[in-house]
Design a protein around this ligand. Structure first.
Ligand code: ADP
Ligand code: MG
Length: 903
């Protein structure tokens, strides 16, 4: 253990002398023991260090000052920052020194002063970031936050979620820097003696599975990461992480981070991460003891170290520990901690093997470094907190441990100044004992002195300033990187391995066979094994020189050998380069020709592209037209549909109208039919009577004899012809009045109707038939084209019985003329057969009637059909038909009026 002042320190202390006011020895002596020698009256520089110590590099303890912002706007202040390195302390009227009459304004020098405006990031970057860089390179670091309660120690160390302090930022930067170089869990594990063991991936993975299967505290917390801290210290869900990182990390190493959190309270050490199942029946944490490891480093025996893989995991561990901290109420700050809390981050790193694949598990290759972040308890005196009972004890112990720290610093300083070797009382308190190694040169020591500038705190702030000044005068041996065996491996092997894997993967994707593709990353050459460990003293000087000489000769020999090898390789390489040049030329030519082909192809592609563009534009316009046409068609369809609907409605209406008219027509038709039937029957009877009368007159004219007169028949008899005789012809045996008349007239005796054979036919040989042409009246000449055809006839105007009895007469024709209902002349030819009767007489059986008419062409036609096919019926036609019908009564089968009607 050796502490010395360097020339640099001496320079800076002389500067400090000129600027810093002398400290009042009496006021300081009341707090600090032993009494410190004022700097203005310091002895001359210490005696020259021993030869072996001349080469040891040392650094002063870096002490920073942070002035917190005023608590209230109009707060009376006693601390002001003069410049970036100087703080002025002005005693207020109320302070103890002022009342004693020896208050003086004093200035204190620091490595840097953070004024109230300084941000958390400023403090971290300036103070802690270099320590983070060191710890990642294998150097230890220690950072204290020192000051009165309420001065901002916890704020500086932890901060708030949205503006983190040194601890969360340190974790952020560490993980940002080593993120891609981290090992999986359990590759490294604590050996319980302040060291670490390394194991291969297969062992680590089986251990991981075992731990995950039976989770026990403490293991790396997984979820939930953002748990609310019941002590109200943090809520990491709103945390804004620091994004900076440390560059130039050894890429060929793998890293793992372990955290531990202990508390020193009433000079007892507690493990804040201890599994509570080990806490015993009282449920209280067990006190821990300090031990020294094989390298004489102090460590807390049995302290829990949790492996963490990201900042949130680490902070969750911190918050868990905080929940266990003993926080006691004081009048000054209800959250003031009465204990020292120490959060330690340990960085374990080991090199990758020659292939850059697996971690080297050899313990000698591993490097462990640690950064301890210490939030000290308030440095105020007992009476300030007005503590009672247990609290007095707490406060007393707190001050005792801080007092020991001050004493140690004082002794160190004195030893360095005077060259003496007074024993530093590290063991008097747990805090100093724990950090003894740092002051022995195992790491860098920094201190942030937090100051509350309010005037009320002057009496407490003054000793803090004095301690800070004292600490900054102490120098500690510059920390060296943890000793570790040089593995003699090729630098950049991790990257080379990654590149090789990438190439292999790509080749595999391209279908290449990569089974036998391997890469050798072992070093090409080494000049010699590692340098021999030698200890240089005056006594061993010759031995050391001899050892080093032999070592160097071996290296020189190796070097010459390697140079010869190198020359040969250079020659080979030169030949290879020439060959490659030739190949290169050929390739260039090929490339040229390929390029011209490529250019041609590109030109074609461009032409095709422009054609395609044109075609696309044409296509687009056609598409537009097509759409327009479609729209038009749709419109037309819509119009057509509308029309169809209208049309169908019209047709419906028309059909309805038609049905109505038809119905009306039927009614009219029925009505007309009834009328016509009535008229017809009237006309019929009328006509019948008139005809009968006409016939009676004829026959009466022809038969003047009263005996030959036809017995009169009542009209009623004539009007009612017998039913059922219509198809039988005129028979003498019937009671038909008409037939009776004729028969009576034709038969010579009136014994009854003559019986004739209807089937009798006389010889009808040509010329044998003689027609009896009976024309009773003076006829008006017909003048028609068609005339009655009677080839052989016997014309008579009056019918005699002898005419009919002439055996040659076989046919009878009676011609009459009269005016019809329209006043036209109507000629009728009644035709019949002359048949012999059984009694020897003759009988005329009328068979046919021909009607000849003259008609005015301008007169309304007799028969006319309506457009719908219904025959028009008028009164004349009906009357005439009725007359005709009556005329042929008894022989309807022969009656074809339309054929016989002659014009
Ligand atoms: P200590 O830990 O020294 O007892 P704290 O860190 O708990 O003091 O600070 C006490 C209060 O002052 C806290 O509410 C904290 O937020 C506030 N404070 C301290 N320092 C600062 C600062 N630099 N900027 C803003 N607030 C601060
Ligand atoms: Mg605090």
């Amino acid at each position: 253990m050796s502490w010395h002042l360097t020339d640099q320190w001496r320079r800076s202390s002389r500067e400090g002398d000129s600027k810093t006011q002398a400290v009042n020895p009496r006021s300081f002596s009341s707090i600090m023991k032993p009494e410190r020698t004022p700097m203005s009256r310091r002895p001359k520089p210490p005696p020259k260090p021993k030869t072996s110590e001349r080469f040891i590099e040392r650094d002063p303890v870096e002490v920073y000052c942070r002035i917190r912002p005023p608590e209230t706007p109009n707060q009376e202040e006693c601390v002001t920052a003069v410049d970036s390195r100087t703080v002025k302390l002005t005693p207020p009227d109320t302070c103890f020194a002022f009342r004693n009459g020896h208050a003086k304004e004093q200035q204190y020098k620091f490595r840097h002063v953070f004024n109230p405006d300084s941000s958390q990031k400023d403090v971290f970057d300036y103070v802690a970031k270099p320590l983070v860089s060191d710890v990642l390179r294998g150097k230890n670091g220690l950072l204290f936050a020192y000051g009165v309660t309420g001065s901002g120690k916890t704020h500086t160390m932890q901060g708030s979620p949205h503006d983190g302090g040194i601890v969360p930022r340190t974790l952020d930067v560490i993980f940002n820097s080593i993120n891609e170089y981290q090992t999986k869990r359990r590759i490294f594990k604590p050996d319980g003696m302040n060291g670490f063991d390394a194991q291969c991936e297969s062992d680590a993975s089986s251990e991981r599975r075992r731990i995950d299967a039976t989770p026990i505290y403490p293991k790396t917390p997984k979820t939930p990461r953002y748990r609310r801290d019941t002590s109200g210290s943090q809520d990491s869900s709103q945390r804004i992480p620091d994004t900076s990182r440390i560059e130039c990390i050894d890429e060929d190493n793998v890293f793992s981070i372990f955290v531990a959190y202990i508390e020193i309270y009433n000079n007892y050490i507690y493990d804040l991460l201890e599994d509570l199942s080990d806490a015993g029946p009282s449920g209280r944490l067990q006190t821990k003891i300090l031990r020294e490891d094989a390298q004489h480093n102090m460590y807390v025996h049995g302290c829990t170290e949790v492996e963490v893989k990201n900042p949130d995991d680490a902070l969750e561990v911190l918050y868990k520990g905080q929940r266990r901290r003993k926080i006691a109420y004081t009048r000054l700050n209800c959250e003031s901690s009465r204990s020292h809390s120490i959060f330690t981050i340990r960085v374990v790193q080991a090199p990758l093997d020659a292939q850059g694949e697996e971690v080297v598990t050899d313990k000698a290759s591993m490097m462990v470094s640690q950064l301890s972040l210490v939030d000290l308890a308030g440095s105020e005196r007992n009476n300030r907190t007005k503590a009672v009972g247990d609290r007095i004890k707490e406060a007393g112990n707190i001050n005792n441990s801080l007092m020991t720290l001050r004493t140690c610093i004082e002794v160190l300083r004195e030893n360095q100044l005077t060259g003496s070797s007074k024993k530093v009382p590290y063991r008097d308190s747990k805090v100093t004992h724990y950090f003894k190694n740092y002051f022995d040169g195992e790491g860098k020591v920094k201190m942030v002195v937090c100051v509350n500038p309010k005037a009320d705190d002057y009496d407490e702030t003054l000793p803090v300033m004095k301690f800070a000044e004292l600490a900054s005068e102490v120098q500690v041996q510059r920390s060296v990187q943890s000793a570790r065996q040089d593995p003699g491996l090729l630098p950049g092997r991790r990257r080379a391995n990654q590149l090789f894997k990438e190439v292999r993967r790509r080749l595999e994707e391209e279908g290449e066979n990569v089974k036998n593709l391997e890469v050798d990353l072992t070093p090409i050459y080494t000049l010699a094994p590692a340098w021999p460990a030698v200890s240089y003293t005056a006594e061993t000087r010759d031995d050391v020189i001899m050892k080093l000489k032999a070592y160097l000769q071996k290296r020189i020999h190796n070097r010459e050998k390697l140079q010869t090898e190198l020359k040969g390789k250079i020659l080979t390489m030169h030949t290879n380069v020439v060959e490659m040049e030739k190949e290169n030329l050929i390739m260039k030519k090929e490339i040229m020709s390929l390029r011209s082909l490529y250019d041609d192809a590109m030109a074609k592609v461009r032409t095709l592209e422009s054609m395609l563009l044109n075609a696309e534009s044409v296509n687009e316009s056609l598409q537009r037209k097509f759409t327009d046409y479609n729209n038009l068609v749709d419109e037309c369809n819509a119009v057509r549909e509308e029309r169809d609907i209208a049309k169908s409605q019209g047709q419906l209406e028309k059909q309805r109208m038609k049905a109505r008219l038809k119905c009306k027509l039927e009614i009219e038709k029925d009505k007309l039919k009834n009328d016509m039937q009535t008229k017809l029957s009237e006309q019929k009877s009328k006509m019948f009577h008139s005809q009968v009368r006409a016939l009676q007159e004829i026959f009466l004219d022809d038969n003047q004899t009263p005996g030959s007169r036809v017995p009169s028949t009542s009209d009623s008899d004539l009007r009612q012809p017998r039913q059922g005789s219509q198809n039988q012809g005129i028979k003498g045996s019937t009671s038909d009045p008409k037939l009776n008349v004729s028969q009576a007239f034709l038969t010579p005796d009136l014994r009854g109707p003559a019986v004739s054979n209807q089937r009798h036919r006389r010889s009808r040989s040509q010329g044998a038939d003689i027609w009896l042409d009976h024309r009773p009246g003076q006829e008006v000449p017909l003048g028609t084209v068609l005339q009655p055809n009677l080839p052989r006839r016997k014309s008579v105007t009056r019918l005699r019985s002898g005419d009919l009895l002439d055996g040659r007469v076989t046919n009878y024709c009676l011609t009459t003329q009269q005016q019809d209902s329209e006043g036209e002349l109507e000629t009728k030819l009644y035709k019949g057969d002359v048949l012999p009767t059984a009694g020897g007489g003759s009988q005329v059986v009328l068979q046919d009637v021909e009607i000849l008419k003259q008609r005015d062409p301008l007169a309304v036609p007799l028969s006319k059909r309506s457009s719908d096919g219904t025959p028009k019926v008028d009164a004349t036609t009906v009357q005439e038909r009725c007359a005709t019908g009556i005329a042929y009564y008894g022989t309807p089968s022969h009656y074809v009026p339309s054929k016989r009607t002659k014009l």
